[in-house]
Design a protein around this ligand. Structure first.
Ligand code: ZN
Length: 198
């Protein structure tokens, strides 16, 4: 019996090791078709501390792994939860401290969600505007936040691994700023000048 368990564990370790994710991380990622992931929320102390972590960069072995595809599939299911819909999501919100965000591209036809690995803000416009924001990890609250009207987003292309630079404006730029903040443990409530209950 012990031997069987041991064999099972080594198989599990090998499968996860290839993708660069640990066994624990693979357990969080789960399987294709598992659907909506549990969200980390500020109303839970342990979750709240997790949300404050600095995310780690995704490496080539992560991006090329089957687990990465499952993670994107399940993050997409989570942000599209009809009972709790969002316009963006960051990996720390589903319990993985990696630099990965999904942003709904309101500036593109069909308004698709797109994933960005290791994203960062480069240039920021001097002009800023106030706008309303909520967050899947901050239940029942809503805040007014000042954001740059335009930003340059730098991220890693998922197949070529080359850096890509893109200029985004308007609401899409707001979502990028909100989601990229998550990767350094910053929540919109840290920047909001007013916070109200929904
Ligand atoms: Zn958020």
């Amino acid at each position: 019996m012990k031997k069987i368990v041991f064999l099972f564990l080594t198989t599990l370790l090998a499968a996860c090791g290839e993708g660069g994710f640990s066994v624990e991380e693979c357990n969080v990622i789960g399987e294709s078709g598992d659907g909506i992931m549990p969200l980390k929320v500020v109303t839970n102390r342990d979750d709240s501390l997790f949300l404050r972590r600095q995310s780690r960069p995704l490496l080539t072995e992560h991006l090329e792994s089957a687990e990465f595809e499952v993670l994107c599939e399940r993050m997409l299911a989570t942000v599209n939860d009809p009972l709790n819909e969002g316009v963006g999501i960051a990996a720390p919100q589903v319990g993985l401290d990696y630099a990965l965000v999904a942003v709904q591209r309101f500036d593109k036809a069909g308004e698709p969600f797109e994933f960005y690995a290791n994203p960062a803000i480069g240039w920021r416009s001097e002009s800023m505007s106030a706008g309303g924001e909520g967050c899947l990890s901050v239940p029942e609250l809503y805040g007014e936040v000042m954001r740059h009207d335009s930003v340059e987003v730098v991220y890693v292309h998922p197949t070529t691994m080359m850096p890509v630079t893109e200029l985004v404006t308007g609401f899409t730029a707001v979502i990028f700023q909100h989601e990229i903040d998550h990767l350094s443990g910053t929540l919109y409530t840290d920047r909001a000048h007013t916070i109200t209950r929904e």
